[in-house]
Design a protein around this ligand. Sequence first.
Ligand SMILES: NC(=O)c1ccc[n+]([C@@H]2O[C@H](COP(=O)([O-])OP(=O)(O)OC[C@H]3O[C@@H](n4cnc5c(N)ncnc54)[C@H](OP(=O)(O)O)[C@@H]3O)[C@@H](O)[C@H]2O)c1
Length: 344
Amino acid sequence: MKDQPGSPGPLLRSAAAALSRILDPTIVLSFDRSGFRRHAINFDPADLDADLKGRTCLVTGANSGIGFATAEGLAARGASVWLLCRSRERGAQAALALREATGSRSIHVATVDVADFGSIRRFAAGFRAGAVDVLVHNAGVLPDERVLTADGNELTLATNLLGPLLLTLLLLPKLRASGAARVIFVSSGGMYTQRLSAADPDWKSRRFDGVAAYAQTKRMQVTLAELLAEALAPFQVVVHSMHPGWADTPAVRSSLPRFHAATRHILRSPAQGADTVLWLAVSAVARHSSGRFWFDRKARPTHLLSRTRETPADRQRFRALCAERVPEFRSLAAAAPPAPSRPR
Ligand SMILES: NC(=O)c1ccc[n+]([C@@H]2O[C@H](COP(=O)([O-])OP(=O)(O)OC[C@H]3O[C@@H](n4cnc5c(N)ncnc54)[C@H](OP(=O)(O)O)[C@@H]3O)[C@@H](O)[C@H]2O)c1
């Protein structure tokens, strides 16, 4: 990081890094807003100095929280931003607010329910942009009850894993056409509690536990990002997963009311939660790796506990689940050679 006038000096930066080595293992003082401020001392502000004019960026669940803040950061840098929202009305309201906040005239809304394969297929078939440069899988749910989608998938699995996988694969020709595309999964620190498991993904033979279903599908997102990173490397598509820490958003208020009540004074703002999503979408640094898991602009381990480490057989069962539910995943390995890059 280059020293700029007003930027923290090397002493402060090394003190912040040393403090993080002590405080980050507490989780609370890392995922909270004090953690963000401390980690941010070592951010390079120049990483976000990007001109995204001519780039097309898609953000699912962009009408509130982290998705909205991500869309705002992309639009403010000149990108053509598509808000993929399940409610046309909430999408239109968000677009209005984003146009006012950024002055952008390139904000578009598409009605897409990422838990519904038909909705995803209709969107992908009708999407006319020549290339997709950034695809952010941000939409997420933590339902109280077991619900099956029209496709027969449990809702958490469909929203957090299967829909994003299908959307990525249907948009692959446009991601390839970018020549430098980035796909980002907004996972959760909750995934650290889970070992990858494809057993009973629809909760048919267990009492439904929304928090566990959420955390398991967030673990699945991290593994999927690793698998896709490998499979899409020949197409110059990089794939990242990340977690935002704890941010004060409608999802946290409605799905985890007790957690929200206990932590509301220390939660990050949605923009702080979105910072690493934006950084992965725009920074030059984030084009140089693929398949890693990020938090506050740093690659992080995908396991904190030895009991969550999966076996090769767990990964194989997970691949089989993806291939069974999303047939396009089967042909990925046999995909054609990369399309020519679009000139920039
Ligand atoms: N906030 C945190 O502390 C935190 C921590 C870890 C991970 N995350 C992750 O961050 C992401 C964003 O969440 P948030 O905290 O910003 O909450 P949020 O403000 O409630 O945003 C969630 C978004 O997802 C959308 N969504 C849900 N199901 C959808 C579907 N089937 N199709 C399309 N859109 C759908 C919601 O749309 P509606 O408005 O129509 O419901 C909303 O726009 C999620 O993936 C979440 O798991 C958040």
